[in-house]
Design a protein. Structure first.
Lengths: 584, 164
């Protein structure tokens, strides 16, 4: 411990802030490291640092799930619109500790709910008074917030207008807050923070508004920023040579980080996905591979230094973000033990790389239709057409200034968007919530001599939806990298997955929540919530009894920009509710 | 202005009516429109064929009063989109008047126009004015007094990956 941290600890002790002096129900760094061993709790966004979203709870199982029914519901708030958005939505994963649940609504209000006694009671609501007009106008893709983190006796959350807020878990009062992102520049925050050691780690959204992305770490004791790693290198930094223009396209190069990362304590490595380059569809504007867009980054959580990167779609002309969560799995691949980092990319391919080195291990398409490339190079995992000598890549189908109107599969929403996958370590199967899609992209070149105003869209074109979009839950055997099942759904998967020893749960945007047999993917149970499901299911125990919870309230960009591909969903209206299911 | 907000015209045309390209498709610049009041009203009622502009009259294509066309004569790609919420005739007239009188021919959006639209309790308009000018600062002061959220600045650490 350095002199400074010793002083800080002593000061914290004197001030009575409990950041380093823990009470019995405080969420300590140790508790978070062992989150997967607390079967009845769900202590962090992805359930555990490995992002498995796997629960060992098995009171609800294959033999009785048909009897699952609504235990209780709650109506939440945050449905009001702002900026260009007519309403907010719910995309969060509830976090539960000892029967107390913490959820957020789209505008960043945090609710603490007591789930004891077989019912839900709101104990407090922390309303951060997010500026609807200012923040709503630069939220690319809806008024969303994906949940909280727990640290000590605080609930840590983000707001759309760029704040990191620590709320006292007992009182619901804001203990402190700091501005991390700047919506004046088009930066907003929608992801749940990740707490590692004594740091809250934040990602940013805004690659459609010409931001230069970053990941930032805030010390929970001093409330100061410890490091900030830009996902687009500055001039002279490694990777800056992959921006080959002469008008500083990198300064507005995108690279958002709006999905919560994962962490491997064995090597002290943080894994985080990076989004698309900007402008989205005008790749000629930004010749070069555009690092670290569309990449997975491995970082040192103490310093923010990048250890390695793996890029999926160099010089991306499709809006194929790699923001997806990275799922950390130890499993044999073709008989050899491997430390895998799994990522299901918007480009339609699932990747396993060695998470200690970043070396490609296997990759395969998880969507039914891929047209943008012929496939992946079996050695490197790069798209088959990728030519490192070319400044502007030409894949099998490439939206470009010469070819301004193209159909791409997957569509720009991706084969999978932010909704999280789930990994079942018993079956060694990885389940992907799939958007089976194509859409049409029209390129409108951006002019480097006429850069947009701050907070103006900077996309180089736009998509539209001439064909129907459906979905699936697709299962992959991680030991072989082969697809082993596909449960097709009439609507795209916009909410993400949960797996238990023998079940997989999901929700659909038409309101259906369902459970599948984890081995066969046969549907065993479903219930219609009557709203649009846009959030992942989770499970917990309260008073020793297992429950499944899911937020219901269609948000995001689907109903504004993608609805023509799913016309029936026009009948789904905004809502803001929590559904909790149990047996008897 | 009330209808312009509630019908989510600003979702595509932006608060100022300048429209423009982007993720949601390219919306017309209402400040540069050459349409007459009647033509604007018709466009709101009937939408635009083969474009993203919805028809805000619910039964626009029931009897041929829109462009002489009925729903059965239109292909799926020609049919203007359904609106999120149809508007009553009086609201269509009101928003057409707003576009014609307040937006058409009004040049570049100004800070004052933005404040008229959003009010002063938001930073939504700061980008339209020089930050150092008096009335921006006055607006900021008023906002900070009114808002429970104190004016906060990003205090960022330097880039962790910059060469030392």
């Amino acid at each position: 411990m350095s002199k400074n941290t010793l002083m800080a600890a002593f000061a914290a002790f004197l001030l009575g802030t409990t950041s380093l002096v823990y009470a019995a129900d405080d969420v300590t760094p140790d508790k978070l490291l062992n989150a997967d061993s607390e079967a009845g709790n769900w202590l962090t966004n992805h359930k555990d640092y490995s992002a498995h979203r796997f629960s060992t709870l098995n009171q609800i199982n294959k033999s009785n799930v048909k009897n699952l029914h609504v235990a209780w519901t709650l109506q939440l708030g945050g449905i009001e619109g702002g900026g260009i958005w007519s309403h907010g939505g719910l995309e969060g994963t509830p976090v539960v500790q000892d029967g107390y649940m913490y959820v957020t609504d789209g505008w960043g209000s945090v609710y603490k709910i007591d789930t004891h006694g077989g019912q839900g009671k709101i104990l407090w609501r922390m309303d951060p008074k997010t500026d609807h007009d200012w923040a709503g106008a630069v939220a690319c893709c809806g008024v969303d917030n994906r949940g909280v983190a727990l640290a000590g006796n605080m609930v840590i959350s983000h707001t759309l207008d760029g704040r990191l807020i620590a709320t006292n878990k007992d009182t619901g009062q804001i203990a402190w807050q700091r501005q991390v992102a700047d919506p004046d520049k088009g930066e907003v925050m929608t992801g749940a923070p990740l707490v590692v050691k004594n740091l809250a780690i934040s990602g940013v959204a805004g690659a459609e508004y010409g931001i230069r992305g970053w990941i930032a770490a805030t010390d929970l004791t001093t409330h100061k920023e410890v490091w900030r790693t830009h996902t687009i290198p500055a001039k002279g930094e490694p990777g800056s040579e992959t921006w080959k223009d002469n008008y500083n396209a990198a300064a507005m190069g995108g690279g958002s980080t709006w999905v919560t990362g994962s962490y491997d304590p064995r090597t002290n490595t943080l894994y985080w996905g990076v989004g698309n380059p900007g402008p989205d569809w005008d790749s000629e504007y930004r010749p070069g591979d555009n690092l670290y867009t569309d990449s997975t980054l491995a970082l040192d959580p103490d310093t923010g230094k990048i250890k390695w990167h793996y890029q999926h779609t160099p010089n991306d002309p499709y809006d194929y973000d790699s923001v997806a969560e990275n799922v950390l799995v130890d499993a044999p691949v073709h008989g050899r033990d491997a430390h895998l980092d799994l990522e299901a990319d918007r480009n339609g391919f699932a990747y396993a790389v060695d998470r200690d080195t970043g070396n490609f291990i296997w990759g395969l398409p998880f969507v039914k239709k891929v047209t943008w490339t012929k496939g992946l190079d079996p050695e490197t995992g790069k798209p088959a057409e990728y030519d490192p000598k070319k400044a502007v890549q030409q894949y099998a189908v490439t939206p470009s200034r010469q070819n301004t109107v193209t159909m791409i599969c997957p569509g720009n929403m991706g084969g999978k968007n932010w909704p999280p996958t789930a990994y079942n370590p018993i079956l060694k199967e990885w389940y992907i919530p799939v958007i089976e899609s194509c859409n049409r992209v029209t390129v409108k070149p951006e002019n480097p001599n006429k850069k947009p105003h701050p907070r103006d869209l900077f996309t180089g074109g736009g998509p539209d939806q001439p064909v129907r979009i459906t979905g699936s839950v697709t299962a992959i055997d991680v030991t072989t990298g082969k697809e082993v099942g596909k449960h097709e759904t009439p609507y795209p998967m916009l909410g993400g997955l949960l797996t238990t020893p023998d079940l997989v749960f999901y929700g659909q945007p038409d309101g259906i929540v369902a459970a599948l047999d984890a081995k066969t993917l046969d549907q065993l149970w479903s219930f219609n919530t009557g709203g649009g499901v846009n959030a992942p299911p989770m499970t917990f125990t309260s008073d020793g009894k297992q429950y499944v919870a899911i937020l219901v309230g269609q948000g995001g960009a689907w109903d504004k920009w993608f609805i023509d591909a799913t016309p029936e969903l026009k009948k789904v209206h905004p809502s803001s509710a929590l559904y909790v299911f149990s047996l008897n | 202005m009330r209808v312009f907000k509630t019908a989510n015209c600003m979702g595509c045309h932006k608060w100022s009516g300048i429209g423009g390209g982007g993720y949601g498709g390219a919306a017309a610049n209402l400040r540069k429109t050459t349409l007459s009041l009647d033509q604007i009203e018709q466009t709101i009622r009937c939408g635009r064929l083969g474009k993203g502009m919805p028809h805000f009259q619910e039964d626009a294509y029931s009897d041929g009063h829109c462009y002489g066309l009925k729903k059965s004569q239109l292909s799926a790609t020609q049919m203007p989109p359904e609106p999120d919420h149809p508007l009553r005739p009086a609201d269509i007239k009101a928003v057409a008047h707003y576009v014609f009188e307040k937006l058409k021919g009004s040049g570049d959006p100004t800070f004052a126009q933005c404040q008229t639209f959003f009010g002063t309790r938001t930073r939504a308009c700061d980008v339209y004015e020089d930050q150092s000018s008096g009335h921006v600062q006055a607006a900021a002061a008023e906002r900070d007094q009114a808002s429970p959220r104190q004016h906060m600045k990003v205090e960022a650490a330097s880039d962790a990956n910059a060469p030392r």
